[in-house]
Write a protein that binds this ligand. Sequence first.
Ligand SMILES: Cc1cc2nc3c(=O)[nH]c(=O)nc-3n(C[C@H](O)[C@H](O)[C@H](O)COP(=O)(O)O)c2cc1C
Length: 356
Amino acid sequence: MSNIYSAVRLGDIELANRIVMAPMTRDRAGTHDEPTDLMVEYYRQRATAGLIVTEGTQPSAAGKGYFRTPGIHSEIQIEGWRKVAKAVHAEGGHIVMQLMHCGRASVRANKAPDAETVAPSAIRCRDLIPGPDGVPVQTDMPRALETREIPNVIAEYAQAARNARAAGMDGVELHCTSGYLPMQFLSTGTNLRNDRYGGITANRIRFVVETLEALADAVGPGRVGFRIFPGNPLNDVQDADPVDTYGSLLHAVNGIGLAYVHLIHFPTPQLDSLALIRSNWSGPVVVNNNLKLDSAKALLDSGQADAVSFGRPFISNPDLVERFRFAAPLARQDRSTFYTGEARGYTDYPTLTTSR
Ligand SMILES: Cc1cc2nc3c(=O)[nH]c(=O)nc-3n(C[C@H](O)[C@H](O)[C@H](O)COP(=O)(O)O)c2cc1C
């Protein structure tokens, strides 16, 4: 049995406990997409998690899709993240950066005027995405990447990973869910290419495989994780056969020696992604989605997870680990403050100690 409060190793990263803070976009970056002092404080408050996965962070200006999301492609951004990593480490925590390239899931007004919107194929995302004022609007029409341009996009990811390490991050996590660029390549509905990056499964998984290899080369495989949610339709993504796509992907990257796979688990009668992982992946597994302390412990006890991640509970309970340990009540989060850009609903949730 693995105790949720016991240490665990994910690749090169040694966690003090198995409770991971899931990546959460909070739209609080500064005018240059740099982490602000408010963000430093937010992550510092949550550093008792065994591992923090940062909010989705764009590896390039083109990768931005939402408003006020941070980047890791300029000096000022690296400097901002350095303060975040330092604050988390000073509290004894660990932190990896989630690399999020939105691809076509992007609103024109949210990104720099000269930043392009690119995707595997020129098909617009029909789901609406919030613009600068928070009101959902139509997404930008993407341009299909030329085959010769794809290595450059992969190189931008690798540079972003080096920048993350230069900023003091313990590693990076490749965001392959939620209908963003990697998932756009993986899925039959968004990838209509007829070159070596489209068509048969071996071609559709190639972009993600090559990106993970490039990240591993850049910072070492033991400092690279990746996040998947097979079958997730968010941002207008459909895949004809997620079992085939994700089984093939897991199998293809299993030998790289990556730090972990981070699974958003939403079982359906057609798809049991935990079973998919069991048969195709031998590395560490972090499982997420709507977990409670009991269900999280059951995943660890059954050996299906090496660590478990919590998203929303960490928003309103900065000391979630402590609250679990003492069976203290959990505070509820206020959804209306998820993306406001303000301190309210971000850094003002009390801990058990401060609320006494
Ligand atoms: C406000 C908010 C922002 C999120 N942003 C991201 C993100 O940037 N990257 C990502 O992979 N998942 C993101 N998610 C999904 C969470 O990481 C997590 O998978 C989801 O909240 C389910 O876990 P939970 O039930 O413990 O909250 C976000 C979720 C919320 C609530």
